[in-house]
Structure formats: C-alpha cells, structure tokens
Design a protein around this ligand. Sequence first.
Ligand code: PEP
Ligand code: MN
Length: 338
Amino acid sequence: MVVVVKNDTDQERLKDLITWLKQFGVQIHITRGTQTSILGLVGDTSSIDMSDVQSFDIVEDVKRIQEPYKAANRKFHPHDTVVEVGGLKIGGGNFQVIAGPCSVETEDQICEVAKRVQKAGATMIRGGAFKPRTSPYSFQGLRATGIELLKEAKALTGMPIVTEIMSIEHLPLFEDVDVIQVGARNMQNFELLKELGKLDKPILLKRGLANTIEELLMSAEYIMAGGNENVILCERGIRTFETSTRNTLDISAIPVIKRHSHLPVVIDPSHAAGLTWMVEPLSLAAVAAGADGLIIEVHNDPQHALSDGAQSLTPDQFDAVMEKIKSLGSFMGKTLSC
Ligand code: PEP
Ligand code: MN
C-alpha cells in the first residue's frame, strides 16, 4: 500500500498517521518529494481499511500495490535511485562503464587491463575471483588471491572493484570490495541475498538465465527488505531457443524495469552475446534503450584467457567501442564520468 501525504503537512500529524499505521505491524518507507511525500507500507496490509487511511485529512491518496515487490517498486519511490560507488553515481541519468577480464588471472593481467580500460573511460574494474563454471574441471578462479590482485589494481588506478560472491562464507574476504556482484546462477540464492541485505555496500544483481523480470525484482526485494537499498540490476541475457548467441539479450528488460522499478539497470553485452564482435552493437542498443551502465569483459590476451576469451574485447577493441558509447551517451543526455 502507498499513502500519498500532502507536503505542507505538520510533522506531528504525520507522526500520528505513522504511529496509527504501525499498529498493523507494517514497515514504513518514506520518500519525500517536492509536491508530496510517499509512505510505502511493507508487510501484510490486508487488515488496513483504505477508507480509514483516507479519513486522515493530511492524506491525499491511498493505493494498493498489486505487484509483490514493494521497496523495489517505482510506486514506492517515483524518482530514479542513484547508487553511489566510491564517489561515482549510477542511475538517474548518471552512466558508468565497468570493464575488466572475466577472471582475475595474474597481477600483470589485471593491472594492465585496469590501466587500459581506465584510459578508455571505464570507471570501475571488474574481474572474477570466485568463478561459477559449468564444469568442475574448468578454472575455478584465484579465490582470495584474486581479490588481493583486484585490490592492487585499485591501488594503481583508484577504480572501485566489482567482483562476484558465490557463498556467504566468503563474505569476510569482500570487506574491501566496492560492489558485490551476485551472478546469474545465484540470483535466487535467497540466504545469500538476505545476508547482503544486512550490508550497506552496493550489490550488482544479475538476472538469472531463466528468470522473469518480476523474479529479478523479487530478488532485489530480498536485499532491500534487509535494509540495503543500494541495488543495481543487471540484464545479461536469458536462455531462449536461439543458438546463434550464448544467450538472448533482453533489451526490453530496460524499459520494463524502468517502468516498474526505480533501481538502476546495467547491461552485460559480453555474457549475453558470448561473441566479441557483438559487444559493440549490443552496448549501443543498451545505451539507446536507456541503460544506466554497461559491464564489459576485456582481456589483454583473449586467445589465452582462462575463461570467456571468445567474448572478451582486447583493450584496442574496447577503446573503439568506448568512443561510440561516449558519443551516443552524450547524445542521450547521460552524465558520463569518463
Ligand atoms: C561474470 O560476470 O563473470 C559472470 C559469471 O556472469 P553471469 O553470472 O552473468 O554468467
Ligand atoms: Mn565471464
């Protein structure tokens, strides 16, 4: 339920209304706007009679929210959420590019790639330390050492780190990680989401391979229900009957999410396509469709990459793609930090 309160309302009367609503055992999120303030009620609101709420004369409107996601719902929070990562803003017209290798492999590799992508305009460095691989015989990531190497790349460039968590027990290792990524395969690992909800660190939540947008928003809700509202959503392609690409990039997810939620949306063209040559057109399509950022795989030697070489750009290719992203981003009125 959403209660719209007139803005010239006396604070004491607003407090009375909140106290009255709280007796129904609901949590209340307050969003203050220029014209009105919105009280978003989370919990079981079935015993609250809408006409009783309407009888408070400070109330302008009362609406029931049909969707199962509340905190992530735009009806609760009409303005775009802007997530801050080490002084960088994402969302609400602010656009960031996250780039780096699929896996952190060596100090030279991550540091060289970090320097090159930063020069091209990326503002955050990505790299997997814990890797979710289909085969247990494939490279599983450098794990704790990978995170240490990412910290070296950060010390060298100043760029915030984005890296994936696969298990709650690894959380202490993520102390210095700026954005914790939840990969597609863990989108519905609800115990992990609940733990991440207790942090105030930004979470990059990827859409599962076969999950609906509503399920993605429900996973965001798990994190937000715990009190962490710094959620960045990521569309990375979904599984369809099409075999010419690794996944099918659901560009429609951008306008659909933006209509229903206030959270920023980032597109991952690399895992969507699985093919280097498709990263540029998909990146530009994402910018044109209103994405708030991109996460792109870049490797200094893709042919010898320990994972996802076929979809990784070389630093030179990334330079060329970034030029186009920057000009289309400015044309679209985005604020780019690069
Ligand atoms: C990744 O970003 O390295 C990754 C494994 O992505 P996804 O979870 O989207 O497959
Ligand atoms: Mn990858």
